[in-house]
Design a protein around this ligand. Structure first.
Ligand code: ADP
Ligand code: MG
Length: 731
């Protein structure tokens, strides 16, 4: 059989950029074409219905059956006119992707056999009962009792994919527990709204609502489809389990922001056209640091919608990649030795009056508000740094974090020199000096003047997992394949809880006779001192920071299964119950799912590794070794013993090295299988995951080391798996 690898390389080299053309030269002509947005609603819903729906979305009014019927009728009309024949509830189970089950609109008009009509009632829009038994639930809903239901989230608009109307929904068990990401996300958005609005009222009584905003930056790799198909590890696990480093990779730093390869450029354009049709405001595209690594980012938006759009774009990215002869890799670390992929979550808060709460303002009052939010966020991140880390940790992301290019597996916050100076000044001043009453302005801040614009690109710290970037925090530890919600739920919850505590403390001081401003100042001063250990502007990649962080008492756990314990510590349970985001039962159940997922991911990788080693690597190495043996044998036939020994010395040493390496690989693979069997017998999910982390994972590097050495030894002609240089540089 010919070597598939070479065929794939040959084919890949022939590929040309696919021609793509814009649906219209003007983006706004087709922007949101497939979304049942406000503009569509105006056309398809009556004024009264639209007003009532707005009440539901913006003021939390209840959605009754009659209203649902009206909306469903309008939505159906729009969907059918736009080409839909089916509908589905679109939800976000704990498996990271999205789930859907399509139903056609057709129903019999009367008894079975009568003619069919297109039917879509408010009932079908509002609630469904998918047979949800096979989604992970951590034992909340065992397979025997397969009942969970999906319920419409009217705050995220419906959209059409292909011929199907997709209705964003939450996914809940019959006993009321969340089985998805959206339910707790919506609860956390409520919590932050409530807590932040109350704090805003100290500064501006006209604020009635606070929004959480998210702007994600999505990193990804593209690999030629033919090469991908000949790498079973990529196909089955999303990452390469072996492969010697390419002589050239990212040393020259010539890929980042470099000119975009033509096939990729076509892909990006196509992707943007598709994204725009779904109302996703894609803004930025560029090469990333690693070869064949790229990034796209939209304009930020309200968190709930931004999350849905991110999930949608991830699935569109996969689809479009195939049009262009690529496969998309969203794994956090597809290749060893070069950068992995993250999904930076740019997060901020803003009021319904249009004020960005993480932006210095024009008035002293606004600046005090800005500082109030910054300080409370810092303290929240400090108190719950372990939890924040747990929110982004997965089997895949563990390869990336701390791997020298990504944020370390320790959460700290970067503020930049300007904001740090302001906080320092505030901490050291006494409140009488800080608040100078000015007869005209009411209040003047004696602290250093804060420049209105803090966006300073030179003052950026790429090594910080949680960095203030002028008008937002950028949470960089989030993994590229993750559902952003996981991080956003925790971030919004901890900040909501902290703001509520702040409010309580300040109110108590006011009641005790302090002025409002003095109370705020005094509490902030105390908080700044308390939150100090989380602030770190230095090099997060350095070893010195690891030692320093430990001294400061920051969480430095690196074992993924143990990191998840942060969710069920008493203080976390109290926190989530107080803000109304998770019950204790949900927290335990979700951790069960996390441990189980962790184990399964590594289990699959271990199986694939075993298969590759036994069925690809060892046979190929043996074949090459035989050809060397053959050669040595022939040399001995022609030459005298002494001369033959001299001439074949090089080959003999390779023959021996191959034997030695194969022996170790075989031994380790066997041990891996046996260790796995033992681990699989553990019933408790947490215990099993710990065993997989402690005992199974070390085998991967040990085995890979020898496989990669063989790759260097064996004749390139015989090697069947595409090499790193091919996967990373052919496009
Ligand atoms: P960089 O790579 O320099 O960090 P990008 O332009 O790639 O920046 O992405 C920045 C992301 O942050 C974008 O999605 C942008 O819309 C978003 N963003 C900007 N301002 C805010 C804000 N106030 N709140 C949330 N996200 C924001
Ligand atoms: Mg960024």
């Amino acid at each position: 059989m010919s070597n598939l690898r070479f065929e794939a390389i040959k084919e890949a080299f022939k590929k040309k950029a696919v021609e793509v053309s814009a649906p219209s030269p003007i983006i706004s002509d087709y922007f949101g074409k497939y979304v049942f947005s406000k503009e569509q609603m105006v056309q398809y819903l009556s004024k009264e219905t639209l007003k009532m729906l707005t009440n539901v979305v913006e003021r939390g009014a209840t959605l009754d059956r009659e209203l649902a019927n009206h909306i469903a009728a309008g939505m159906k009309r729009w969907a059918i006119e736009t080409g839909a024949t089916h509908y589905t509830h679109w939800f976000q189970p704990l498996t990271e992707g999205t789930a859907q089950k399509h139903d056609s609109f057709i129903e019999y008009s009367g008894r079975p056999g009568s003619h069919v009509i297109e039917e879509f009632s408010g009932k079908l829009l509002a609630q469904q009962e998918p047979d949800a038994s096979s989604f992970p639930s951590g034992g909340i809903r065992n397979t025997f009792e397969a009942r969970g239901y999906t319920a419409w989230d009217p705050s995220s608009p419906a959209f059409i994919i292909d011929d199907t109307l997709c209705i964003p929904t939450v996914f809940i068990s019959y006993t009321g527990e969340a089985l998805d990401y959206k339910t707790p996300l919506l609860k956390s958005l409520n919590a932050i709204d409530k807590a932040a609005t109350e704090v805003c009222q100290y500064f501006d009584s006209s604020v009635k609502k606070v929004f959480s905003y998210l702007g994600w930056e999505q990193e990804y790799f593209l690999v030629d489809e033919g090469l991908y198909a000949t790498r079973p590890d990529l196909v089955l696990t999303g990452r390469t389990l072996m492969g010697h480093e390419s002589a050239k990779n990212q040393q020259l730093e010539d890929h980042y922001f470099g000119s975009i390869p033509t096939r990729v450029q076509a892909y990006m354009k196509d992707l943007e056209f598709e994204g725009y049709k779904y109302g996703i405001p894609l803004k930025t595209r560029h090469n990333e640091v690693a070869p064949n690594q790229f990034e796209l980012a939209p304009i930020f938006g309200e968190t709930n919608l931004a999350v849905d759009q991110n999930l949608l774009i991830m699935s569109i990215m996969k689809k479009v990649a195939r049009h262009h002869g690529f496969r998309l890799l969203l794994h956090e670390k597809p290749f060893a030795g070069i950068n992995g992929s993250g999904k930076h979550n740019n997060w901020s808060l803003g009021t319904d009056t249009g004020i960005g709460l993480l932006m210095p303002g024009k008035t002293p009052e606004e600046n005090l508000q800005f500082i109030t939010f910054i300080v409370n966020i810092l303290l929240a991140v400090y108190k719950h740094n372990a939890l924040l880390k747990a929110s982004i940790m997965t089997a895949q992301n563990a390869h990336r974090l701390g791997a020298n290019e990504a944020p370390p597996a320790i959460i700290s916050a970067f503020l930049g020199s300007q904001v740090s100076a302001v906080l320092g000044k505030l901490e050291s001043s006494n409140s009488e000096d800080a608040i100078i009453l000015d007869p005209k302005q009411g209040m003047k801040l004696g602290i250093a003047k804060i420049p209105e614009v803090l966006l300073d690109n030179t003052d950026r710290n790429r090594t910080s997992p949680f960095a203030f970037t002028g008008n937002r925090f950028e949470f960089r530890a989030v993994g590229s394949s993750a559902n952003c919600s996981s991080a956003m739920i925790v971030l919004n919850s901890i900040v909501a809880s902290q703001l509520a505590e702040f409010k309580k403390t300040v109110d108590a001081r006011i009641t005790a006779g302090s002025t409002k401003h003095k109370a705020i100042f005094d509490v902030l001063k105390k908080y700044i001192k308390e939150a100090k250990p989380i602030c770190f502007d230095g090099n997060g990649y350095s070893n010195a920071w690891k030692i320093e962080a430990k001294k400061r008492g920051l969480d430095d756990e690196t074992s993924v299964p143990l990191i998840y314990d942060a969710y069920t510590k008493p203080e976390s349970i109290a926190l989530f119950e107080n803000v109304g985001v998770f019950s204790e039962r949900e927290l335990h159940a979700r951790n069960e799912v996390k441990w189980e997922t962790y184990t399964k991911k590594i289990q699959i990788e271990a199986r694939v590794l075993g298969d590759l080693v036994l069925n690809h690597i060892i046979p190929v190495a043996t074949k090459y070794q035989s050809s060397l043996l053959d050669n040595v044998h022939k040399i001995y036939q022609i030459y005298e013993k002494e001369k033959a020994a001299e001439l074949s010395a090089h080959n003999t040493s390779i023959i021996e090295e191959i034997s030695e390496r194969i022996a170790i690989i075989k031994l380790k693979t066997l041990e891996l299988v046996n260790t796995r069997k033992k681990a699989n017998a553990i019933e408790d999910e947490r215990g099993k995951a710990i065993e997989y982390h402690d005992k199974i994972i070390p085998f991967f590097d040990e085995i890979r080391y020898h496989v990669d050495k063989l790759e260097l030894l064996v004749d390139d002609e015989l090697w069947t798996l595409p090499k790193y240089r091919e996967l990373l540089f052919i496009r």
